[in-house]
Each structure stands twice: as C-alpha cells, then as structure tokens.
Design a protein around this ligand. Structure first.
Ligand code: ZN
Length: 144
C-alpha cells in the first residue's frame, strides 16, 4: 500500500467512525464553524484545564474531508497548550495550502494531498479555523 493510499484509508476511516464526536458536559471554550463553499457545519467544544486541552468534542454535518479532519484534529490537540495549538494550526494550514511537508505532522499528514484540490482546502481547514475561533473567543462563544 502506498503512502497516499494509506492516507486515503485514514480519511475514510475517520469519516466512517469519527473520534471525539458529541458534546462535552462542561466546555470552557466553543465555537461554530461554517464552510459555505461546501456546506460543512461544525460545532467544536473544548475543556481546558491548567491551560491545556483536557477534553474536546465536535458535532456537525459535513463532507467526508471535513468530518475526517475534525476527527483527526480532535485526536491531535489533546494535551496541548495554547501556544502549541497555535503552532500546530500554522503547520496544518501550511500543509493544506502547500508550504509544509507532511513528514512531521503524523496522521495529519493525510491532508497533504488536499493542496491539489483547492476547492476542498476549506473542508480540511474548517475544524482548525473553528478551533482557533474557540480558543481566541473570536465568536464570543466562551462559557464556563
Ligand atoms: Zn466539505
């Protein structure tokens, strides 16, 4: 199996069985994301403890890419603090838009091929933009 086939399997698997899907009992940060180009909708909830992501969950409806991206993102961000999240956001964004090699991003590297499909880039980055909005309160959606 080639690397790109492996990556495709990973995306299909996370679309079929999304990780961290649902709602949190006590979120400290949340945001809603929307990708009008494709119709993807996402609600993301985070619970930060001692400045690090303790719990994360998402709900929504979207295409396979946006669902798989949200699933893989929620797996990747657990335990990280805000600086590390900003750094990972920047790396993923660079990967999806074409500047970063997928080598040091682990499973997130599965989206390295998305840059060849410009109309789908926003599907892959929606969860990450929503994460950023939740952390930085850009939608004022913070609650205790
Ligand atoms: Zn989409």
């Amino acid at each position: 199996m080639s690397l790109s086939e492996l990556y495709q399997q990973l995306i299909l698997d996370h679309n079929r069985s999304p990780r961290n899907r649902g709602a949190l009992e006590a979120p400290t940060h949340s945001a809603v994301g929307h990708n009008p180009l494709c119709g993807d909708q996402l609600q993301l909830q985070l619970q930060l403890m001692d400045g690090r992501v303790a719990e994360v969950a998402f709900e929504g409806s979207g295409c396979a890419i946006s669902t798989a991206s949200a699933s893989l993102m929620t797996d990747a961000v657990k335990g990280l603090d805000k600086d590390e999240l900003d750094e990972l956001f920047a790396k993923f964004h660079a990967l999806a838009t074409g500047d970063e090699s997928p080598d040091d991003l682990g499973k997130l590297g599965a989206f390295g091929g998305i840059r060849d499909y410009p109309t789908r880039v926003k599907c892959a980055t929606l969860a990450w933009h929503t994460l950023r909005a939740a952390l930085h309160g850009e939608q004022g959606a913070t609650s205790e």
